[in-house]
Design a protein around this ligand. Structure first.
Ligand code: ZN
Length: 162
């Protein structure tokens, strides 16, 4: 997981890198989740759930309208209320899109409104090269945000009409 920001994998970040050997499906929305490490869970869940995540494989649900954030194959689910931060995919207006450097969708839109383009992807990429990202602990999905950032930039450019 420490190579989560390597350029080869970042392109597929939105679709979920094929890390899991077996697919697991969210009990609420029935969509496939992506595997997350215990390290990710320990940083993301509220203190009262620290023990609950000690055992079993957990998955992240990125479905925007689904309340479940993490679920285990054992049937435990943790919802938005059980985690410490708003989730990019589920709370687009209040969550950062890049958790390591704090970029928000509003910042992306403001830059595009002012200059007609976004430099956020380049800025994140250069920070990544310098080894300054910590997606496994900062990002609730446990992997690099670049795919999400690219999607936000694309949508903002379309909305801007460029
Ligand atoms: Zn779900």
């Amino acid at each position: 997981m420490s190579d989560c920001c390597s350029p080869e994998k970042s392109a597929s970040a939105t679709e979920g890198a094929p890390q899991a050997k077996t697919k697991a499906f969210c009990p609420q929305c029935k969509r496939p989740g992506r595997t997350v490490s215990t390290l990710t869970l320990k940083h993301q869940v509220r203190p009262e759930f620290l023990t609950a995540v000690n055992h079993g494989a957990f998955y992240f649900c990125g479905t925007p309208e689904c309340q479940v954030v993490y679920f285990s194959v054992g049937g435990l689910t943790l919802t938005k209320a059980n985690v410490r931060r708003p989730i990019t995919q589920k709370d687009a207006e209040n969550a950062p899109v890049c958790y390591c450097f704090g970029f928000t969708p509003a910042m992306v839109r403001e830059e595009i409104a002012a200059s007609g383009k976004s430099t956020v992807v380049e800025r994140i990429a250069s920070e990544m090269k310098a080894g300054l990202c910590a997606c496994e602990i900062r990002n609730p999905q446990g992997s690099c945000c670049l795919g999400n950032v690219k999607a936000v930039v694309k949508a903002a450019l379309v909305a801007h009409g460029s």
